[in-house]
Design a protein around this ligand. Structure first.
Ligand code: HEM
Length: 219
């Protein structure tokens, strides 16, 4: 896939991976239902996801290894922001399998493979707690789905692999679909009073990744 064909990749998530999850849950009132958190996140941040496509198409991360290393630098900083949240007891309680997630060390190893410097950008998540943290993790975990496309591109265009340069795009050992399904279950177990905060966190996380892409690609 060329950089331009990335923009031609599915413009918005199809939701096929969430098909098994309920799209609504009873709210205690007869006949009424409220959307589950995964559904709200997907719907209410769809424009942000589309913006990521646009930035990726403009940045052309697969033009050559130097351009790709810029993407990995952005990924490393974002993953470090996200993994900083993993220590919070209430996030750990909400996402019991949290330790299998995150791609900070994979990104760092990729930067070393590529001979690129590890950015020393200040952390963006010092003051983030629940429920915003759940939204940050949503953006990071969701990005592992689109990463399936990017991984193929890194292999075919740049000759990178899950053991060299493209670790940050490779699937978790558990597999992308399984890891995502488990995460969606965790999201949808979150009580409604956490939803708005989680969505605010997802928007902040998308804003951060967008700013990192713009910075690292000089956009
Ligand atoms: C050009 C790059 C990208 C492509 C081609 C892409 C593609 C996709 C696709 C096809 C899905 C849906 C997968 C499925 O339905 O099974 C998806 C989901 C998702 N992507 Fe991307 N993506 C890209 C970049 C990003 C970036 C940079 C982020 C965030 C930093 C991101 C965050 C997400 C999230 C959160 C979801 C889950 C949406 C949901 O709730 O269902 N994506 N992506």
């Amino acid at each position: 896939m060329t950089a331009s064909s990335i923009s031609a990749a599915p413009a918005l998530p199809t939701g096929s991976h969430t098909a098994a999850a309920p799209s609504a849950a009873p709210d205690g009132e007869a006949g009424a239902a409220r959307p589950v958190l995964s559904q709200r996140l997907r719907t209410e941040t769809a424009a942000q996801h589309e913006r990521m496509h646009t930035l990726m198409a403009e940045g052309k991360p697969f033009a050559d290894r130097d351009a790709y290393a810029r993407f990995v630098a952005a990924q490393y900083v974002f993953q470090r922001d996200v993994e900083h949240l993993f220590a919070a007891p209430d996030l750990r309680a909400a996402v019991p399998d949290i330790d299998m997630r995150g791609r900070q060390s994979a990104s760092q190893a990729d930067l070393a493979d590529l001979g690129a410097a590890v950015p020393d950008t200040p952390l963006a998540t010092h003051d983030i707690g629940m429920p915003e943290a759940l939204g940050w993790l949503y953006v990071s975990e969701g990005s592992t789905l689109g990463a399936a496309f990017l991984f193929k591109e890194a292999q075919s265009a740049l000759g990178l692999t899950a053991d060299f340069g493209a670790r940050n795009l490779a699937a978790y050992p558990e597999g992308r679909a399984r890891a995502w399904k488990q995460f969606v279950a965790a999201l949808d177990a979150a009580p409604p009073d956490l939803h708005d905060g989680a969505i605010a966190g997802a928007n902040a996380a998308y804003d951060r990744f967008g700013a990192l892409l713009r910075h690292h690609f000089d956009l």
